[in-house]
Design a protein around this ligand. Sequence first.
Ligand code: IVH
Length: 705
Amino acid sequence: MKYSTALQQTFFQTSKQFLSQSLAVKDIEVLRDLIRYHEWRYYTLNEPVISDTEYDQLYKKLQALEAAHPETVTLDSPTQRVSSDLTEDFLSVEHLVPMRSLENSYNQEDLKEWDEQVKKMANLPADTDIQYVVEPKFDGGSIALVYENDYLTRAATRGNGTFGEEITANARTITSIPLKAAFQENGIVKAELRGEVLIRKDVFQKVNLEREAEGLTLFANPRNAATGGLRTKDPKDTAKRQMEAFIYQLGYAVDSQNKTVIDTISTHNDAVQLLDNLGFKVPKSGIERKVCENIQAVIDFCQMWETQREQYPYEIDGMVIKVNDFHLQQEIGYTSHHPRWAIAFKFKAKQATSKLLAVDFQVGKVGSITPVAKIEPVPLAGVTVSSVSLHNEDFIKTKDIRLGDVVLVERAGDVIPYIVKSLEALRDGSEQIIQFPSHCPVCHTPLLKQEQEAAWRCMNYNCEAQILQRMIHHVSKDAMDIEGFGKSIVERFYQLGWLRNLVDIYRLDYQAIAEQEGFGEKSAQNLKQAIDKAKKQPIQRFLYGLSIHHLGKKVARLLAAEIQHVLDLKDWVAEDFIHIKDIGPVVAENVITFFQNTDNIRLIESMEQLGVNLQQTEEDRPKAIRQDAPLFGKTILFTGTLQTMSRKVAQEKAEAAGAKNVSTISSKLDMLVVGEDAGSKLKKARELGTIQILTEQEFLLQVNE
Ligand code: IVH
């Protein structure tokens, strides 16, 4: 280890401090040390202790300080290193044009500011709209390909930007890189293309599984697998990783007179389109690559991608925005580090590190005990996270998570945050093993763990914590959906002693509620109305709202379709469940046990007496026979690329709305939904003239989304 544990802890804490305070020139050497430390953790150990964004922020602070105090710049400052992957193992070759980096932006204000600078540098009025092209910022290994007389003659890594490593033999194993392409037909004799070599996320998982089986070390992430894959000594090893190359830039192109042809192509988008026609894998037009008419369109496209990045099969860490017009690009020019006509829009970090302060043990609605980590609050992908579920005892044990640990937290897309791992390197010995309780923290009943289940459970159905959670669940959106009856109101009424069991929800004293602070007559009446409305809910919601272990929404729907009245279930035995596909013996057993308990029956009966519906409703009956569905009896076809959902999801929605999916255009077709780049089908439908043509949004409106 290059750094002692104590020093690492100091560096980690100082980094966090430096991130949140403004720095002076006196801090500059410490800041350089911090950056060197984080570079070592990232590049040498492959185990960063701060997120990429945090690193970028520290780096930017150093750049700013050095810009203000150029006399302090030392030769060994991290800013004086052009990042490089050069080693002695490969031949070093000079790029035809230097491979520069990109400047980063993090939010729409940064982008707007950059747009203004672009106009200033191009001497254009501030109200001009600049045309930009936006593409994903692929997170793999960069590559430069040289084609001469149509043949691939050289491939190189980025290296230090000026010189790269010659890796032609390895690149030749990547099947999306054409060995020959018709450049000459397009007047190009020699060209250099820029791109990124990637491994699909699912292929990465597979490759790692295979490596595990062979006893090889696993790759930390798809990027490492890809950059490593470019630089293997044996091209067969490269081939095994099933890499793909996305080409995103025509960096250099000359004709037989050695004159550049980039000018005659005139725009970046046309250049990429040309590469597309020549058979290269490029960001797909309209979906991955979009021409935007102004900065607002750029912002919208970037934000749309940020919300969808998880669904994308490749790792991307942002978007790249480029001025489309080549002449304009030339006017705007470069710094030594990056082109001024392009910028990266970095997505919000999905990972951050924080300290595990305490563990709470929470009792769920069916008694499952969930350990919840309380961490020092950290911003993560747009929200502040201070509580993270640790799932169950095995999760804590397998990951060896200890109290006081620095933990790496990840929040991918809309997914709930989770703890990736503890950073062992930062332990100082004061960390403590997390003790799992043996008794319910609320009612003190001994906990039980059932076979094949991960969670310890409190089996006391009358445990106060469980009852409270059950009531919160009962009124929630997915269950009885009582408007305005949120978690905090349930907790408040519970504290007041008004809610002791599910039935109490239906016999609240509205006069007393009206007298509560923050309520009043009107709110109390609104709540009464919402509860009266909920009393008529379909029984599938009621069943789901009972909190029977493993009885989820789907099982509730299946059961509701089978019974006339909720209490019919009193007489059900194991055999009655067998014919219902998707209801297994474990749920069946739980339902039987629940309905054989006389306390539960009494509870349900009293709810019925208070007006809660227990009869099967229209909505509980199997869907197919409903005739009022919005697209009942219609035939429908989807064409082109949909933007907000996959085609499969769209077809399911159509089916759920009563339509039948068909695959060809004919006079029998009722509706055609067109996504982007719709082709011959749309044309044919227009010709027929009888088919209703809808956009994706119009379709969603029709199916009530
Ligand atoms: S353009 C002169 N476009 O990001 C233009 N780069 O941080 C410079 N990258 O080294 C590059 N996707 O490896 C460009 N669509 C894209 C990109 C992209 C990924 C990488 C590239 C570069 C790094 C800069």
